[in-house]
Design a protein. Structure first.
Length: 154
């Protein structure tokens, strides 16, 4: 009888070990599947973030290029105006009859040139700041959104 009892104990022990191993294997498989699911989700989120970021940089680049074009046009307008005024001043100097007329033309030309350069330079500076602000805005929004998303996840 004791051999039957020992055999039963061995069977019970083997069954318990088998059940434990099967439970551990099932739990391990479950953990691997969960890790794979988490990895797939994280990769998808990272991929989406990369695509969104690329779109934001492209939008900022487009804004910057358009702004740079406007700034270039403003510089060209200033150069054209300056060249025209230089030509007018040269004609006025050549048409002057006295030395006082030449000095008056030069004084007027210097004053107008300074005023034009100052006012147009201010416009170009303001335009440059506006372009920088507008081009950075999509990047700022993306950064704020990322920070907000990160803080929610924490």
């Amino acid at each position: 009888m004791s051999s039957n009892k020992a055999a039963d104990n061995n069977k019970t022990t083997i069954n318990n070990v088998n059940d434990t191993v099967e439970a551990a294997m099932a739990m391990g498989k479950e953990k691997v599947e969960q890790a794979q699911e988490n990895y797939t989700r994280a990769y998808g989120e990272f991929s989406k973030f990369g695509q969104e970021t690329l779109g934001v940089y492209m939008k900022a680049g487009e804004i910057f290029v358009k702004g740079a074009e406007n700034i270039g046009q403003a510089y060209f307008k200033l150069a054209k105006t300056t060249a025209e005024r230089n030509a007018e001043a040269a004609k006025a100097v050549l048409a002057a009859k006295t030395l006082n007329d030449v000095v008056d033309v030069q004084n007027d030309f210097a004053r107008e040139s300074y005023q034009t350069l100052f006012s147009e330079g201010t416009k170009i500076s303001e335009l440059s700041l506006k372009v920088a602000h507008e081009a950075f805005e999509p990047l700022k929004e993306q950064m704020e959104g990322s920070i907000e998303k990160t803080m929610k996840g924490a």
